[in-house]
Design a protein. Structure first.
Ligand code: TRP
Length: 467
């Protein structure tokens, strides 16, 4: 029996699905708190350089590898390389698995906030910081919300590529974008908003540290859904007529715009409300309700609820891409039927997310799980640090090495040329090939070593060699 592979119906289908995968909690929840903890504007500068110089070429590479191989993340490296190299794909699948386990928990928070704003009294709270801290310790509520979220994800992935993913992305993303713009305009008129804008847009390079760099690179990979084969998997469903470089440009710009706007919304709010930009993972949940509280109560409920609902949809188009990667692996490689694979994986990942869920105060042991980088870390922090901040750029490193030395850039060019006949010989081709063969492997390889040593072993490499 041959199992038919899915396929995107048209160009917008792929771009919408890839943008849907990219735009999610990473942009609205993670980006502002990472920027807030890492110097604000300096972080933004490094982030921008990284997405265009490092991530964009890797993204083009991933999509091309997927389309050429017509395989899942694991099979792609075997098809274009050999069986041993398939571990690169295997590592990516593992990262996606672990990322989804905690991502789903945070998505559950967003869903809970939607319900609390619309049907509860969240907007009457006096102290949103205290509310959030106690909210995330509630085991049962969070268990149910994240279960609902995972079930919704599994349901869409089960229905296959076309119907599920495309429709959801096409309607929800533009609405979210417009709402964000409206909120930003509103936030900029608040008292002290300017302080936030300064923090976010006026770089103080004396704040630049190694941590700023690895945090920004990790964030860039996370936000663009890179480094673990999500775009290899999506790329395998793309038609040969698709212009890959154009699609990657649109996805990168769309993803960046949403993250940029989220920062431009959160920091003015944080400063006008006298909060701390360094608050960490709760930042958005603590800062954002304030803007809805000051609206007319009914309007606040509608707009605030609407915002968190849209955030849930953005998260959903990301979780489906995270679940699609291991699903494609079992369906393509093991020839298992799609339906039980999807539900089995969803249940397993949900259970693996429980320690992360409990690590927000419900379990003291998991909450103060480890101490590194000069701070006490929760179990969720650990999984996020290992599998996204370190794991994804490492995946990007391996993918660029693979393209540069095994698959070869001439095959990359030939693949991109289908759908983009002007590509061979263009400046863009030279740029991408140079980056993929030189800068990406060198920078990401070095960064991996420096990050692991500094983060987990407190060894500052550049200090050691006297820099
Ligand atoms: N990019 C998504 C976000 O910003 C999260 C995500 C979806 C992801 N698929 C991924 C991250 C694959 C890494 C790899 O919310």
């Amino acid at each position: 029996m041959t199992i038919k592979r899915g396929g995107f119906t048209n160009r917008l289908g792929f771009v919408a699905a890839a943008a849907g995968s990219a735009i999610g909690l990473g942009n609205i929840w993670r980006f502002p708190y990472e920027a807030g903890q890492n110097g604000g504007a300096v972080f933004l500068v490094i982030y921008i350089i990284c997405i265009f110089a490092i991530c964009f070429p890797v993204m083009v590479g991933e999509i091309a590898v997927g389309r050429k191989s017509q395989s899942d993340a694991y099979g792609a490296f075997r098809a274009l390389g050999n069986k041993r190299l398939a571990v690169i794909g295997g590592f990516g699948i593992l990262c996606g698995f672990m990322i989804l386990s905690f991502y789903n928990v945070v998505a559950g928070w967003a869903f809970g906030y939607f319900l609390e704003i619309v049907f509860g009294d969240l907007l009457q709270e006096k102290d949103f910081g205290a509310f959030f801290s106690s909210y995330v310790t509630d085991f049962w509520d969070n268990l149910i919300y994240s279960l609902v979220f995972m079930a919704a994800t599994a349901w869409i992935v089960m229905k296959g590529i076309k119907e599920g993913i495309e429709t959801a992305s096409k309607i929800m993303m533009p609405i979210l974008f417009l709402l964000l713009i409206g909120l930003v305009i509103h936030a900029l008129t608040l008292d002290n908003a300017w302080e936030g804008v300064k923090f976010y847009l006026w770089p103080d390079f004396s704040e630049l540290t190694i941590k700023t760099i690895y945090a920004a690179v990790g964030q860039a990979f996370f936000s663009l859904s890179l480094g673990m084969g999500a775009l290899i998997t999506y790329g395998s469903y793309v038609s040969k007529k698709e212009n890959i470089t154009r699609a990657a440009t649109v996805v990168t710009l769309a993803d960046f715009s949403v993250a940029f706007l989220a920062g431009l919304l959160i920091f003015p709010l944080v400063f006008s409300q006298g909060q701390q930009p360094t608050a960490g993972p709760g930042l958005v949940f603590v800062a954002l309700p304030g803007i809805f509280q000051h609206m007319d109560p009914l309007i606040g409920r509608v707009v605030g609820g609407g915002f968190f609902l849209l955030l849930c949809f953005a998260a959903l188009t990301s979780t489906i891409s995270l679940l699609e990667v291991p699903t494609a692996y079992f369906v393509d490689e093991k020839k298992w039927p799609r339906k039980p694979v999807v539900w089995g994986l969803a249940l397993t990942i949900f259970i693996m997310g429980l320690p992360s869920l409990l690590s927000q105060g419900a379990s003291p042991f998991l909450t103060n799980f480890l101490f590194y980088e000069g701070a006490s870390k929760t179990f969720l922090d650990l999984i996020s640090d290992v599998f996204s901040e370190v794991g994804l750029p490492l995946g990007g490193f391996m993918i660029s090495i693979f393209i540069a030395f095994k698959w070869k850039t001439r095959n990359l060019t030939a693949e991109i040329a289908q759908g983009n006949p002007e590509y061979p010989g263009s400046k863009l081709e030279r740029f991408i090939n140079f980056m993929i063969t030189t800068i990406c492997p060198l920078f990401l390889g070095l960064l991996f070593i420096v990050t692991v040593l500094q983060k987990f072993f407190n060894i500052e490499v550049f200090h050691l060699i006297g820099l």
